[in-house]
Design a protein around this ligand. Structure first.
Ligand code: NI
Length: 179
């Protein structure tokens, strides 16, 4: 097990749609998944997408069990996730391990129904809401080459533009903010 470097804003792997996982190869992902959990906990994140550790696969992990409403759940591994339904809209502030120090309030769906494959190769169709829904949508955006800052108005994006450039140039060290 190992903590992997988190890829920062500016790296092209974070701007590409990732490849689907071959479901016959899920068994070979065990070490990567363990390393992703080590990395996420080290960075104090609650979600991590595979391309954030430089891996071009449709794989993400989420652990929101520190929140009371999810304390009975286990951390979840999501493979080849598809959104089947989105409902409602709610604005909340979020941050990103790949964009240290920038936080912004953006709208996202309040609840979603997704289909995903877990680390055992089982297909699941599940509804998620609240913070869990938000983290899923944030990580899915990563897997589609998108950042939460893409949702900002052009005026607000101008405010964070120089900071984004700085992160892109420096590979700025993570300060351990959320997703
Ligand atoms: Ni993120």
């Amino acid at each position: 097990m190992a903590v992997l470097p988190v890829v920062k804003y500016g790296d092209s792997i974070l701007r590409k749609k990732v490849n689907k996982v071959d479901i016959n190869e899920i068994g070979q992902l065990t070490n990567l998944i363990d390393d992703m959990f080590d990395t996420m906990y080290e960075e104090e994140g609650i979600g991590l997408a595979a391309n954030q550790v430089g891996v071009n696969l449709n794989l993400m992990i989420i652990d929101v069990t520190h929140l009371d409403e999810y304390k009975d759940l286990e951390p979840i591994v999501f493979i080849n996730t598809e959104v089947l339904q989105e409902n409602g809209s709610i604005e909340l502030e979020e941050g990103c391990l790949s964009i240290p120090e920038i936080r912004a309030t953006i709208p996202r769906a309040e609840s979603i129904v997704i289909r995903y494959i877990d680390e055992l190769g089982q297909s699941n169709t599940t509804e998620f809401n609240g913070m869990f829904c938000r983290v899923i949508l944030h990580e899915l955006d990563h897997l589609n080459g998108k950042f939460f800052t893409d949702y900002l108005s052009s005026a607000k994006r101008k405010l964070v533009h120089s900071k984004l450039l700085e992160i892109a140039e420096d590979g700025y060290p993570s300060t351990g903010v959320v997703l």
